[in-house]
Design a protein around this ligand. Structure first.
Ligand code: ADP
Ligand code: MG
Length: 321
């Protein structure tokens, strides 16, 4: 099959076996990402965002489904290694991903050596270019990670990812460990790099507010499923799934505060509800649940917009449940 999209995630599931008890971390997720696009993947902790990202990046093997880059299945592709290179990840904790014994310029040079970029001189020049791209003082090339600030370390991690010349950069909570002003600067850097280098971005966050300035499109995960996806403005202005409505209502926007407290109050008053197979996974928390929710809805377009999808029987009701 040919595809105009850069990345296609098709019916992807990842199940972990924990003491013979399966953990369905990702369930039947399908997503598309076009070249130069910024897609934000949001959802609370444990909803499966990292597992989905790791399956896309080839760090985790999917239980079923497929990931296609330029229409080529990454599981099957004969040039799998080369394809994998084109998808790079930046993680939340740079301390865990940067070798503390190496100097910055060695850390950034390593992927260039692995991909046989050139001779020593060419690699040295490329490292200088990459440090400039992430706006790091070239004088820091001789430092070790412990002498850098959190933001500087994250810039090194980004430079190392860029050294692989990726088409897709996945930032998994890459701003979460930074203070607010540093996070804003790194977010801006991701956007600039996306535009200047034509790289697509998959931006993962548990915090919808953190991604609202970044994303063209938003996908919302809950309990391993994508419960809503659409253009960023549509999802933020007209959230159609009750979980997205809760996330939007919880965003730090003074005009929405009263709604925030109402919803959170209502959630607190909910009875526990067993997770019945086949039922909507959000049902136990949903203040708008009805008998029909015992049959889990599929992710389907809203009547008003084919590009805006939600996994809720009441997606077209247009009001907070
Ligand atoms: P998120 O990134 O949204 O916080 P994760 O993808 O990390 O969510 O986790 C989704 C679910 O999968 C959680 O229940 C988590 O405990 C489980 N999980 C993640 N990785 C593993 C693993 N390697 N082995 C077993 N369970 C895992
Ligand atoms: Mg995660």
């Amino acid at each position: 099959m040919t595809s105009s999209g850069l990345l296609q995630i098709r019916d992807l599931s990842v199940t972990f076996d924990m003491d013979a008890r399966p953990v369905h971390a990702v369930r039947h997720c399908s997503l598309r990402l076009d070249a130069r696009e910024t897609l934000a993947l949001v959802g609370e902790s444990g909803s499966g965002k990292s597992t989905l990202a790791r399956a896309v990046a080839g760090i985790v093997t999917p239980t079923s489904g497929s990931v296609l880059l330029h229409g080529h299945d990454l599981q099957r592709s004969s040039s799998r290694r080369e394809q994998r290179r084109r998808i790079q990840m930046v993680f939340q904790d740079p301390d865990a991903s940067l070798n503390p014994f190496h100097r910055v310029r060695e850390i950034v040079a390593e992927p260039l050596i692995v991909r046989r970029f050139g001779n020593r001189w060419e690699i040295g020049r490329k490292v200088g270019e990459l440090l400039a791209l992430v706006q790091l003082d070239p004088g820091l090339g001789g430092e070790r990670p412990r002498n850098l600030s959190g933001g500087q370390k994250q810039r090194v991690a980004i430079a190392r990812a860029l050294a692989m010349d990726p088409e897709l950069l996945i930032a998994d909570e890459a701003l979460a460990s930074l203070d607010a002003s540093t996070a804003a600067a790194i977010a801006q850097l991701f956007l600039d790099l996306g535009r200047r280098l034509g790289i697509a971005l998959l931006f993962i966050s548990h915090d919808l507010a953190a991604v609202r300035c970044l994303a063209n499109r938003i996908a919302v995960m809950f309990a391993g499923e994508i419960v809503e996806q659409g253009d960023a403005r549509a999802v933020l202005d007209r959230p159609a799934h009750p979980y997205t409505r809760l996330l939007v209502a919880s965003m730090p926007d003074p005009a929405r505060r009263s709604l925030d407290f109402e919803l959170v109050d209502a959630i607190d008053r909910l009875p526990a509800w067993p997770d019945t197979p086949g039922a909507c996974h959000y049902r136990s928390r949903c203040i708008g649940r009805a008998d029909v929710c015992a049959a889990g809805p599929s992710l389907a377009p809203l009547a008003a917009s084919a590009n805006h999808l939600a996994r809720c029987h009441f997606r077209d009701s247009g009001t907070s449940p």
